[in-house]
Write a protein that binds this ligand. Structure first.
Ligand code: GTP
Ligand code: SPV
Ligand code: MN
Length: 593
């Protein structure tokens, strides 16, 4: 294991002096080394080995009950100037924050091992790949990073002496929520995370690098890092068209990315190919079109609700080589369980906190009685996925025909609509709103504006980010993807979903892609182009015509209220709000008047 990269070696020396580990281990990318660490983690009880016949090479891990989700209130963008972080990010002066973090982390690896993980976001040999090195004292992080990214010596070989890599320092410390910080220093290519050992807070290649740091890099370098799934939809002629879709956390990206078309479509030869389920890096290709790669190598997916009917592909993906975090354990057969996995609830389990749990204690209205944490997750290798796109392993970027925004809205947003043009599409993304979920700590079910699903992940001023979107549109010109908005979550008066969702979302994707080809009809409304009920193929679909009509209705009164909220939302950005977007809002108000 080795490198001659002087900048990297110097930084590692500094980490070692600060953290004072008992030993240092370089992750070389070999299966033997990972197997050794898995065995150690089982011995120290950091992991439970699951039934090797039913779930080969699968493990269960429990985090502290105070450490089960991203912590947006303790996530900082430490740019030199406060105004560069913008109104939607927490900010702290980098000098001050480095000092605070070094104080917290100092000496914290005592009695522990310092693992050095060289990793690549994107296939190592791809011209679109970017590299990072994460230092951690957590075996859970090491084993998760080995699934979520490409790791090991090959990364160092490819990096050579370049200084184009991201420093990532993670220290578990005491998992003290009062001293928990997730900090990005975009101008220094540096991430520091302390006092957490959960998912998005500590797998630094994911949200911290591939979105917060990468969005900043993309802004400076003319490309885009987005919180988007990527999928290919193959039609009966064998043509595959790709789209990328941004939904906030726990709003359906993994499920849509792995969609299985309804039987009626399957029989005709339709098929969905998964390219990515969470993050898209997109660049303009030599032909002037927008191309995307998924920089990750695995899925860190929401467990609850995943089952053989809702998402059989995701379930199949977790059947080997996976790590489950904060799900329930079934001691009878050494497997795992979560709410919604099976209709029948096992009588007795060990809940996600490690306590005995009886099905009789479950109260539907009280999430705290669940056996699995609502934000429990699986980490599964992308190569396990039955519908992984052939483009994924080849590492080739895919041309994007459509960009889709969406969120959880009980009312207001219709099932689907198309923006009038790119600028209007950017407006549609900038006004996105969604009910909050368990993926971040805090209240659940509150509507908040989450532009482009990037509110927690944009590494710079959101006004500049909007402008970057507008600039990309100018560069793309008439080759720009068409922009749409979807909402699978409209409800009736009793709170029941009006749209069946999941596999049936394919009917909407078909309309979207047909629109891109100029093959489907639509009507103009104040908010954009909507399909008429008959423009969506509803063969074999059990949705009454009046519900289809309701799903595709634009209520002007509700939308007038919405524009008043957008006024408030836009005020936050001050002079940094691009004039084109302000004008879009004025035009929408005029159309609704
Ligand atoms: P992150 O990994 O947090 O970024 O989440 P995600 O956007 O990948 O969300 P995911 O696909 O894991 O779905 C989250 C929740 O939404 C699960 O409980 C799903 O069951 C539910 N869900 C997904 N798609 C649909 C849908 O079409 N309709 C309905 N009603 N629920 C859905
Ligand atoms: C999300 O919250 O959007 C996730 C999970 O994908 S985490 O990696 O924790 O951010
Ligand atoms: Mn996500």
């Amino acid at each position: 294991m080795g490198t001659t990269n002087a900048g990297l070696l110097k930084w590692l020396k500094e980490c070692e002096q600060l953290l004072t580990p008992d030993r240092v281990v370089w992750m070389d990318g070999s299966e033997e080394q990972l197997e050794k660490i898995r065995a150690e983690a089982v011995k120290t009880r950091e992991m439970i080995r699951l039934n090797p016949e039913k779930l080969p090479s699968c493990y269960l891990h429990r985090t502290r009950p105070n450490d089960v989700a991203r912590v947006e209130g303790r996530t900082f963008i430490c740019s030199r100037r406060e105004e560069d972080a913008g109104p939607t990010n927490h900010w702290c002066d980098p000098k001050e924050m480095y000092a605070r973090l070094y104080d917290i982390a100092r000496g914290s690896y005592k009695g522990r091992t310092m693992y050095i993980i060289p990793y690549s976001m994107g296939p190592i040999d791809s011209p679109l790949a970017k590299f990072g090195v994460e230092v951690t004292d957590s075996k859970y992080v090491v084993l998760n990073m080995a699934i979520m990214t490409r790791t090991g010596q090959a990364v160092l070989d490819k990096l050579g002496d370049s200084d184009d890599w991201v420093r990532g320092l993670h220290a578990s410390c005491d998992i003290d929520p009062e001293k928990r910080y997730i900090c990005q220093f975009p101008e220094d290519n540096t991430i520091i995370s302390v006092n957490s050992a959960y998912g998005g807070n500590v797998l630094l290649g994911k949200k911290c690098f591939a979105l917060r740091i990468a969005s900043y890099q993309g802004w400076k370098e003319g490309w885009m890092a987005e919180h988007m799934l990527i999928l290919g939809l193959e039609n009966p002629k064998g043509e595959v068209r790709y789209l990328a879709a941004a939904f906030p956390s726990a709003c359906g990206k993994t499920n849509l990315a792995m969609l299985i078309p309804p039987k009626y479509f399957r029989d005709q030869g339709y098929k969905v190919w998964t390219v990515g389920d969470d993050i898209a890096w997109m660049r303009i290709g030599p032909d002037g079109k927008l191309y995307a790669i998924n920089p990750e190598n695995g899925f860190f997916g929401v467990a609850p609700g995943t089952n053989e009917h809702s998402n059989p592909n995701a379930l199949a993906t977790t059947k080997s080589g996976s790590i489950f975090t904060n799900v329930a354990y079934n001691p009878k057969d050494g497997t795992v369980w979560w709410e919604g996995l099976t209709k029948e609830i096992p009588d007795e389990l060990i809940d996600w906190k490690g306590n005995p749990w009886k099905s009789s204690q479950f109260v539907k209205s009280d999430k705290s009685t669940c056996a699995a944490n609502p934000n429990s997750r699986f980490t599964a290798p992308a190569k396990n996925c039955p519908c992984i796109s052939p483009t994924f392993e080849k590492g080739v970027a895919v041309p994007i025909s459509a960009l889709v925004f969406g969120g959880r809205r009980a009312k207001c947003a219709p099932l689907v609509y198309q923006s009038r043009d790119w600028v209007h599409g950017v407006f549609v993304g900038s006004i996105m709103a969604s009910e909050t979920t368990a993926a971040a700590s805090g209240a659940v079910g509150v509507v908040r504006r989450d532009p482009m699903a990037m509110l927690p992940f944009c590494g710079y001023h959101m006004g500049d980010y909007f402008q970057h979107w507008l600039d990309m549109g100018k560069k793309l010109g008439d080759k720009a993807p068409k922009i749409f908005n979807v909402n699978w979550f409209r409800t009736d008066e009793d709170g029941n979903f009006l749209w069946p969702g999941f596999g049936d979302n394919m009917r909407v994707l078909n309309w979207i892609l047909d629109r891109c080809d100029g093959k489907a009809d639509a009507v103009e409304t104040p908010i954009g182009y909507l399909p008429r009920p008959e423009d969506i193929d509803t063969t074999d679909l059990d949705v009454p015509p009046e519900v289809m009509k309701e799903l595709l209705t634009v209520d002007k009164e509700i939308w007038r209220g919405e524009t008043r909220e957008i006024e408030e939302h836009y005020k936050k950005f001050g002079d940094k709000l691009p004039k084109e977007l302000r004008q879009q809002l004025d035009e929408l108000e005029a159309r609704l008047a």
